[in-house]
Design a protein. Structure first.
Length: 156
């Protein structure tokens, strides 16, 4: 059996919207041009911050988001299931969680981190734009350990 994977440039999946969409729509991997469309919960990042998040791929296992913002930008409170974040640019971020605790962290381009499900408000506290790819897991297998440390790209 042959396996086909269609790679779609991120820029070709972007779409400008004046307001946050109420459904998720993205290309499906596997070589088809089918669309996935479903209602989104009110705390989904596409609903809360559709001006910053874009769905670039979605299937039964994962949803891949592209997130971009400018220094000083702040999101509304939103929820992510377990996810992997890949930093395309360096940036500084502060997360404020539902219980009021905060965590600040810096990322370099190429950093990769796994995080457990969480609800937070994100704020760009640095001087550079944030540009990341987030892969949200849809499967019900919970991660039982602590979040993984940031994995830095290897030096040449």
């Amino acid at each position: 059996m042959a396996l086909f994977l269609m790679v779609i440039p991120v820029s070709s999946c972007m779409r400008a919207t004046a307001s946050a969409p109420t459904t998720s729509s993205a290309w499906v991997a596997g070589g088809t041009s089918e669309r996935v469309s479903k209602p989104l919960p009110p705390n989904d990042p596409i609903t809360t911050d559709g001006d910053k998040y874009r769905v670039i791929l979605e299937n039964a296992e994962v949803r891949v988001l592209r997130y971009r913002d400018k220094p000083g930008a702040k999101t509304n409170s939103h929820h992510h299931p377990r996810f992997v974040l890949y930093a395309l640019t360096p940036f500084q971020r502060r997360l404020t969680f539902g219980d009021g605790t905060t965590k600040s962290r810096g990322f370099r381009a190429g950093d990769v981190i796994f995080m457990n499900a969480q609800t937070h408000i994100g704020e760009n506290i640095g001087t550079t734009d944030t540009d990341v790819v987030i892969v949200e897991m849809k499967t019900a297998r919970p991660h039982t350990g602590a979040p993984s440390p940031v994995r830095r790209p290897e030096s040449p």
